[in-house]
Write a protein that binds this ligand. Structure first.
Ligand SMILES: Cc1cc2nc3c(=O)[nH]c(=O)nc-3n(C[C@H](O)[C@H](O)[C@H](O)COP(=O)(O)OP(=O)(O)OC[C@H]3O[C@@H](n4cnc5c(N)ncnc54)[C@H](O)[C@@H]3O)c2cc1C
Length: 268
């Protein structure tokens, strides 16, 4: 097995001919955690991301109002006690800029950037029997050989634009929340239609402040956000591990219960 990552060494530069143990596709929360774990196991790993920043979802979804719909204290990384104790969320449901700061903080804190290639999109991956490695290529022209290929490419990282009739002839500008311009969009005096679920419910109040007229096609009920109560935060942090375990147990219970319900219905 190849030697583990050394501080200050950019693996891509260290000759792409040396096989990696792990090529990780994506540098969102999953990809960064995978990189940390791989290093901890002494594996030589590289993460690549098509985006220009780490953070994945929280880099791409930069529409006005973008934020968690799960509480910040629950969503954050749990693998490092010092990190979870020291990072201070300002809101119960953090906003996208704060989430992106957190992702960048994690990348810096754990010195991940040496082993992350940004603006690098995986375009090809083929299993090569002879070398027992994946042969992977990016749009940059770089190629890697890797024993394992880990797709941390995100469950929701490809924007989906529904094929609405007439969309191609619509004369006005259209935006997708998952691919929002990096510059602010001015909706002043405009007649705007918003189609969508939980992203829609976040973006609507902000566009409504500017728009002349706003028509919403919406079905999702928003979560109850507010400032993060310091007493609640202290209570959670006094037993963060126990809190995480209770949340996971509740999720497992909920998913088992819903599986049971689904199967009962199917077996009827
Ligand atoms: C608007 C929105 C709100 C959400 N809110 C919540 C929430 O409140 N709670 C919750 O639990 N989850 C939420 N999610 C789900 C969220 O996607 C996950 O929580 C989590 O961020 C996924 O992390 P990830 O690293 O697995 O994937 P992502 O964050 O999607 O990262 C995947 C990365 O892979 C990169 N990539 C994809 N294909 C390639 C390729 N071919 N080559 C190179 N790079 C590639 C992408 O550029 C991206 O940066 C939300 C999702 C969205 C879109």
């Amino acid at each position: 097995m190849a030697t583990a990552s050394r501080q200050g060494q950019a693996h891509g530069d260290a000759s792409n001919d040396d096989p990696l143990d792990l090529l990780i596709v994506g540098a969102g929360f999953s990809g960064m955690y995978m990189l940390i774990k791989a290093r901890g196991m002494g594996l030589r790993a590289l993460a690549i991301d098509a985006a220009s920043s780490v953070g994945g979802t929280w880099y791409h979804n930069r529409y006005p109002g973008a934020r968690f719909d799960i509480q910040s204290l629950e969503y954050s990384y749990s693998f490092d006690e010092a990190l979870q104790q020291q990072w201070r969320w300002t809101e119960r449901y953090a906003s996208q800029p704060e989430l992106l700061r957190y992702a960048n903080h994690v990348a810096d804190r754990f010195a991940l950037r040496n082993d992350i290639r940004l603006d690098t999109r995986l375009t090809e991956a083929t299993w090569d029997e002879a070398s027992a490695c994946w042969q992977a290529a990016a749009q940059t022209g770089e190629r890697w050989s890797a024993r394992y290929l880990v797709m941390a490419s995100g469950p929701l990282s490809t924007p989906n634009t529904p094929a609405f009739d007439g969309l191609e002839t619509f004369a006005g500008p259209t935006f997708h929340t998952a691919d929002w311009p990096h510059q602010p969009v001015d909706f002043s005096g405009q007649r705007v239609g918003v189609i969508g679920g939980s992203s829609g419910v976040q973006v609507i109040p902000l566009i409504a402040r500017q728009a002349r007229e706003l028509t919403v096609f919406q079905r999702t009920v928003p979560a109850h956000n507010g400032p993060l109560d310091p007493a609640y935060e202290a209570r959670i942090k006094s037993d963060y591990r126990g809190f995480r375990e209770r949340v996971i147990a509740a999720c497992v219970w909920a998913s088992e219960a819903s599986c049971r319900r689904i199967w009962r219905r199917r077996l009827r």
